[in-house]
Design a protein around this ligand. Structure first.
Ligand SMILES: Nc1ncnc2c1ncn2[C@@H]1O[C@H](COP(=O)(O)OP(=O)(O)O)[C@@H](O)[C@H]1O
Ligand SMILES: [Mg+2]
Length: 133
């Protein structure tokens, strides 16, 4: 289960997280459209961790089995948390004058999306899958 970890502290770290996911997807045989979808979703989550929590971490794991290529990505932070998750997942909801497209967009771009948040801990898990045959 090879994996990579990127500390998220500044905007250049968003690029590093994006690259790590794209590289894992490429290595596991995902096409360039899928690579871009995953990389874009992870960028949004990494940006949120830095913007709202100051810092966070992104862990990319190869969870593949014999039949399916599976990439799992966890983006986690220890910031204030999201007060209303349902609202935060609505297109256009923002507390920062942003576009409010990050979370709903990320959710649409991958096959599995789970988020949980409380004061002091927000964790978002993404999964993207591809049948090997
Ligand atoms: N990691 C996080 N910690 C705290 N709040 C967050 C986090 N991620 C998202 N949010 C909250 O959810 C809202 C929606 O996020 P998002 O869809 O990325 O839109 P935007 O960042 O443009 O506001 C944010 O405005 C913020 O209030
Ligand atoms: Mg955002």
């Amino acid at each position: 289960m090879p994996h990579g970890q990127v500390e998220l502290k500044r905007s250049s770290d968003i690029v590093a997280a994006r690259q790590a996911c794209r590289e894992m997807a490429r290595a596991l045989g995902f096409g360039s459209a899928d690579q871009t979808r995953l990389a874009t979703a992870v960028s949004e989550l990494a940006r949120n961790a830095i913007q709202y929590a100051g810092e966070g971490v992104c862990v990319v794991t190869d969870d593949s089995d014999d039949e399916t290529a599976i990439i799992r990505v966890v983006v986690e932070d220890h910031g204030p948390g999201i007060a209303d998750l349902d609202k935060a997942l609505e297109q256009g909801f923002t507390t920062s004058g942003g576009l409010g497209a990050g979370l709903p967009g990320a959710r649409r771009l991958v096959h599995g999306f789970a988020i949980s948040s409380e004061p002091g801990h927000t964790i978002v898990q993404l999964k993207t899958v591809r049948k090997k045959w």
